[in-house]
Design a protein around this ligand. Sequence first.
Ligand code: LUB
Length: 234
Amino acid sequence: MPEPDPAAPFRVRPIVTRRGPDPKQDRAARTKLLVLTAAAELFAARGFRHTAVKDVAERVEMTKGAVYFHFPTKEALAVAVVEQHYARWPALLTEVTAEGHGPLETAARLLAGAATAFRDDIVVQAGARLQIERPQIDAELPTPYVDWTQLLATLLVRAEEAGELRAGVSPQAAARSLVAAFFGTQHISDVLHERTDVVERWSETAELLFRAIGAAPAAPVVPAVPTAPTTPVS
Ligand code: LUB
């Protein structure tokens, strides 16, 4: 029986802009990505309610009609940004998996990579804010948290089978706990420090959690990140 593809939960694929056989399609994909990125910058900074399609159009120096050609409504823009937030993760999984670590360390390195993306990637940041603002958005947004929970549970079942999980630890419960801890860590870092310290804060949380669930108490599986001092909130 083939191994379940851990990335399967993340169904949406990234918008591809590499050159294809049709230059017109290439230009349309590049324009779509430009508009989506501008929308992400505005959604991340101001939120859904205080962002107008007019603002997006002005940011990319296009007409509102040209933006509507790619995204018929502001809600469609929000859905696309949230979808592209999740579309980041299959590539991260491919990258980390290629390094050949065991399943528990793969899970740790995936979440460490996600922390970096939450610090640096405006589409990831905008998708997270839009998910918080779901009640304001009259559209079918992807259900939050469930794909990461399924991905981590798949990896932690493999970790259990490989003897990497502490006896008695439920892979599913551990996956839910990791997702909850990551969500809370990135949210607190966002509110207090605009996520400037999210990599360090997640590293210290992950250190504790992976020690708790790992079979080998001595060997931390979390990639080392220097712990920056927490700056007082001004
Ligand atoms: C993750 C957020 C922020 C879960 O998967 C999600 O929906 C997430 C946005 O909603 O954190 C933790 C990896």
